[in-house]
Design a protein around this ligand. Sequence first.
Ligand SMILES: Nc1ncnc2c1ncn2[C@@H]1O[C@H](COP(=O)(O)OP(=O)(O)OP(=O)(O)O)[C@@H](O)[C@H]1O
Ligand SMILES: [Mg+2]
Length: 279
Amino acid sequence: MDFSGINQYVTEVERCMRTTPRRASEGEKLKVGLDLGTCFTVIVVLDENGRPLACEMESSNALKDGVVVDYHAACETVKRLKASAEEKLGRELAECTIAMPPGTEQTDSRTHRYVAQAAGMEVTGIIDEPTAANLLLGLKDGAVVDIGGGTTGISVIENGRVVFVADQPTGGTHLTLVIAGNRHIRFEEAEAYKLDPANRSEVLHLTTPVIEKMGQIILDEVKGYDVKTLCLVGGTCCLEGLDKVIERYTGIAVMQPGNPLLITPVGIALAHGNPAYAL
Ligand SMILES: Nc1ncnc2c1ncn2[C@@H]1O[C@H](COP(=O)(O)OP(=O)(O)OP(=O)(O)O)[C@@H](O)[C@H]1O
Ligand SMILES: [Mg+2]
């Protein structure tokens, strides 16, 4: 699969974090995606044709394993991101589509909706995370695996259609915990250590058993399907070498776009307005 078009598109979205390509007109239809993640909350705004207009992102501790644990903090984060995007675009964002880890309880998805509403956005669509990612990736056959901060979402695709989704409570937070335990340092220090490219080989060495466990989780979930390709997305896949560990362990070919962190948030925005995901 050739990721060059996707990589270029995501680079355009990243650029929107620094400069706004243009303001949005009042009557213009916008595609707004809200990703309430365990580590990052992201709002992506696209125009009707899918061209990127805004991308606002903030790290937050308001969620644990994909579930809102600090409602007030989650609302405040979304309010800030929304206000910042609105100021840059020169208009209000009244609606959005949100995403949930696959198989989330109704109560949890309701909480996500309340957070968006409290920030002043009506939720008009809902999609699961790995399926959102595939709206951008366009994988025809295989599995999309979204390894985020607290959860790993898996979506099996056959003939371009999602035939199975699953979610497991594992992600980058677990890698950080292993580093913290091994180096006898606090979680925050371990997170900074993990993200420093200078520590890449040590981080990979320390976390390989956890990454292999993620590989086992993937194997267990896709069992029964003829999956020949895994497409990795989610911030944890930014760890250089993780893809090779997963490929070696699972024996399934792995591919991954240039910036795996923004694929799911962009996919959520792409889902906005699509009747298949309307509430
Ligand atoms: N360069 C990097 N190397 C290693 N890990 C990274 C890197 N960049 C980001 N991460 C990790 O990615 C995770 C966040 O990814 P992402 O934004 O996809 O998660 P999330 O959507 O907030 O969480 P979830 O989907 O599980 O609710 C964090 O654990 C962070 O440490
Ligand atoms: Mg996520």
